[in-house]
Design a protein around this ligand. Structure first.
Ligand SMILES: *Cc1c(COP(=O)(O)O)cnc(C)c1O
Length: 367
């Protein structure tokens, strides 16, 4: 039985993607160098940014990409406004401060979407702000932020924008959005193996980023120069992960691109929410701001429930969920992205129904 990873990543992958990793490449093999170039071009081209931005991959999970992007693309004397509605936004602020950047936070808690007008007001009130960072889909609760409106607001104010699009890239609309830098990773909406993050950076800006980074390995300027010079990664490349991503991008094309994938995820999300509600579970978010990525569910208040127990019992059915991340309410999270369809979501609902019943009965027998 296939394990269903209903989590914020790593996610369920297709057999073809895992099979693409089943061989060795030397880092200087012509075939591998060509593959790296192809993947870089496809990442920049997926939403039409190939003419303005360059794709710079970096080894590591998504957070490695966020760290690399922040320290490379923010000048040392930058003043960064981070608009926050969840843990990933807070992480951006923490990282930028670690690297000694001046940071201002606009934190609205975890359960609402960011408001462009509030960002505009902050920018109007403090002319020293040079850069703005936002998360597109805040995976903490699953909130969809109005990225196009936020980007237009930041552009009007003449500031640079950095977007953490980790959970959205590959499935959510991202074309024609004015950003300087966007960060994502291989293992969420692109449905590939974990181990690689990447940034799309406006070429003209990246050219001016020499010397911003204080880290050697997480310097996207140096990484980019390496690729431009000889097509090489500066340090051991995750060759199998690159091969898997190349295959995963084939599958994304075959599916019909991000718009088709978005439809599948929306359908998954609808099946999931309807099924959970039938079982008496209550989603935390308003439907209007719920992204089709991950659903936060209020934890049952009855005494049969405990997350560990629930997680373990559900795990016996081959279904993996995730604990809640928000402090706003006791909750758990169920993702709807990855190589999954409505039938898989239905299977997950049936497993959740059986698990709920088993735990209730066990509890009643003990009482
Ligand atoms: C998953 C995710 C990240 C990065 O997480 P890693 O565990 O480092 O891969 C960052 N931001 C958002 C919005 C995410 O969903």
């Amino acid at each position: 039985m296939r394990t269903l990873l209903l989590t914020p990543g790593p996610l369920t992958t297709a057999d073809e993607v895992r099979a693409a990793m089943n061989r060795d490449w030397g880092s200087r093999d012509e075939q591998f160098v060509a593959m790296s170039e192809r993947v870089r071009a496809r990442l920049a081209g997926l939403y039409g940014y190939a003419h303005t931005h360059v794709a710079v991959p970096v080894q590591g999970s998504g957070t490695f990409g966020v760290e690399a992007a922040l320290q490379t693309t923010l000048p040392r004397d930058a003043h960064l406004l981070v608009a926050i509605n969840g843990a990933y936004g807070r992480r951006i602020a923490t990282i930028a401060e670690r690297y000694g950047r001046r940071v201002t936070r606009l934190d609205i808690g975890d359960e609402a979407a960011l408001e462009p007008a509030a960002i505009a007001a902050m920018l109007a009130a403090d002319a020293s702000i040079t850069d703005v960072a936002v998360v597109h889909v805040e995976t903490t609760c699953g909130v969809l932020n109005p990225l196009a409106e936020i980007a237009a607001t930041v552009q009007r104010a003449g500031k640079r924008l950095l977007v953490d699009a980790m959970s959205a890239f590959g499935s959510m609309p991202l074309a024609d959005i004015p950003f300087t830098t966007l960060v994502a990773s291989s293992n969420k909406g692109l449905e590939s193996a974990p181990g690689l993050a990447f940034a799309l950076v406006e070429r003209g800006h990246l050219e001016a980023c020499d010397g911003n980074a204080t880290s050697l390995a997480l310097d996207l300027f140096a990484q980019w120069r390496g690729f431009e010079r000889d097509g090489q990664w500066r340090f051991t490349p995750p060759v199998q992960v690159v091969a898997a991503l190349d295959k995963a991008l084939d599958l994304l094309d075959r599916e019909g691109g991000p718009a088709a994938r978005q439809k599948r995820y929306e359908n998954n999300c609808a099946v999931l929410i309807a099924g959970l509600q039938r079982l008496g579970y209550v989603p935390l978010l308003d439907a209007a701001i719920q992204a089709p990525i991950i659903v936060t569910v209020r934890a049952p208040s009855e005494s049969w429930y405990g997350f560990e127990r629930f997680y373990d019992t559900l795990g016996e059915e081959g279904v993996r969920i995730y604990p809640g991340k928000t402090t706003a309410a006791p909750s758990f999270r169920v993702g709807c992205i990855g190589a999954l369809d409505a039938g898989d979501m239905q299977r997950a609902i049936e497993a959740i129904a059986r698990t709920t019943e088993r735990l209730r009965q066990r509890h009643a027998a003990l009482a």
